[in-house]
Ligand binder design. Sequence first.
Ligand SMILES: O=P([O-])(O)O[C@H]1O[C@H](COP(=O)(O)O)[C@@H](O)[C@H](O)[C@H]1O
Ligand SMILES: [Mg+2]
Length: 569
Amino acid sequence: MSSILDTAKTWLTATFDSDTKTKVEHLINNNTEELNDSFYKNLEFGTGGMRGVMGVGTNRINKYTLGKNTQGISNYLKKVYPNEDLKVVIAYDCRHNSDTLAKTVAEVFSANDIKVYLFSELRTTPALSFAVKHLNCHVGIVLTASHNPPEYNGYKVYWTDGGQIVPPQDKEIIAEINKLDFSEINFNANETKIELIDTEVDEAFLSASVKNGSFNAKDKDNFKIVFTSLHGTSITAVPEVLKRAGYTNVTVIEEQAKPDGDFPTVVSPNPEEPEALSIAIKKAEDIGADMVIGTDPDCDRLGIAVRNLEGKLELLNGNQTMVLMTKFLLEQRKQKGFTGDEFIGSTIVSTPMMNKLADLYKVECKTALTGFKWIAKMIKDAPNQYFVGGGEESFGFMVGDFVRDKDAVTSTLLACEIGANAKANGSSFYQDLIATYVDCGFYKEKLVSLTKKGASGAEEIKQMMVDFKDNPVTTIDGSKVEWIEDYNTSTAKNVITGEEKEINIPKSNVLIYIAEDGTKMAARPSGTEPKIKFYFSVNTNLEKAEDFSVANKQLEEKINRILKELNLN
Ligand SMILES: O=P([O-])(O)O[C@H]1O[C@H](COP(=O)(O)O)[C@@H](O)[C@H](O)[C@H]1O
Ligand SMILES: [Mg+2]
């Protein structure tokens, strides 16, 4: 406790402004719990940048923690590129303080004599990823906490290729940041170095999105879409892209169209939560729409609901949309003629169907750790190969390589192209997905997340991972566990034969069990939220589409039995 108080007291010195000092003093005198949580550690970079609750303290998002990041990145850039004119581009989302924090970040870079392109108003994360390469920048930053609750904000960092930082730059940048004291942040802005950007970059991004996401779909006028931006940034791009691509039957949910950091009409601005799309789904039922799409605040993830076999709108999960989008892109590429260097990308906690699809089309499927930054790295590491598309269990998709992060702008267009085409051919998005199950095997996935907040929650999650590892599961729903993959030790062990293999991707706190019947179960702490995540995948063969409903029910029952076995239901 005394060390936390000591740290807090350093925030009462001349380095910090009076408003900050008043707030810290208030915590010291009145709120020990909040004081502890605000100062017990430094915020860290996770799966998607640095994310935290806004407030004063080392474990909070504020101008000092982000200023220190920015000073560290400035120092790093000067070391790596000593003879170059350094350039960065900054975007921000609809959250409280995102605009002012973006301004602070811009000021610190400018104070370090670095040229700053700052979007004049809120923009999407994919637009920022695109802008990094378009403007030839060394670094890009987005001020966003993605889909987290309103009290959060964050800092996503992009490198020259437009992907979020990965090894070796991530560790080197973090080391540079950790060297610094808050008093070393240079806040003395050089306004001449800050240039506001909008129309030119917007135009380039929107036309690239339309170009990469269009596939000559038929009968676009006949495809009815309901779209919601859930108070986020996508309103600056998605309706325009759909319009330019020729979609005329688009209803935008007006009451959610206004950017608002309180996200007043939803419990959570996360399209993974069915509740987030409820207003849009209701509208779609009223007007008989074919598809509902909703995006998260920074517009990298999207939720898609389509008509199922009963004609009801059903929210698909990330695996399902990824599978159909990838299949569609592979089919398009095949029609043009494969060159033999194509690959698709997925992650270790995503559906094994991506491998099956790769087999079907005879292309490579590369698999990485959780997070699109790792998919972006695959592209960077394979300059002589052609990236078709990829994604993960989590909602969101990357269409080609012009944006090096998940891109809900272009993915929205792609989903509409698939849906419109299917409808014109007498099928549907859902039926096309079932056809893919017939081709590749029917894989059904389920994610269970447990939220555990604060220092004690983090400790509990750590212990759960240790217990899970120390008491290995031996059977899953009656099927013997065959492989245990421990990504912390980079070993995959066949517990039946004793065979061991090395895992050749970076270490991470992830444990995966694979049973003889192909059932897969993974556990990992989230890198963006105070959660532990359990991922399940079960499968069966699907002889013909007509068998889908029965098989779907059986797999659902299987998942429920597994959750019961693990006390996760
Ligand atoms: O939150 P976003 O939309 O920036 O998305 C980020 O976080 C997601 C959840 O990560 P975790 O399971 O570690 O919480 C990742 O799947 C995604 O690739 C990453 O870009
Ligand atoms: Mg997001």
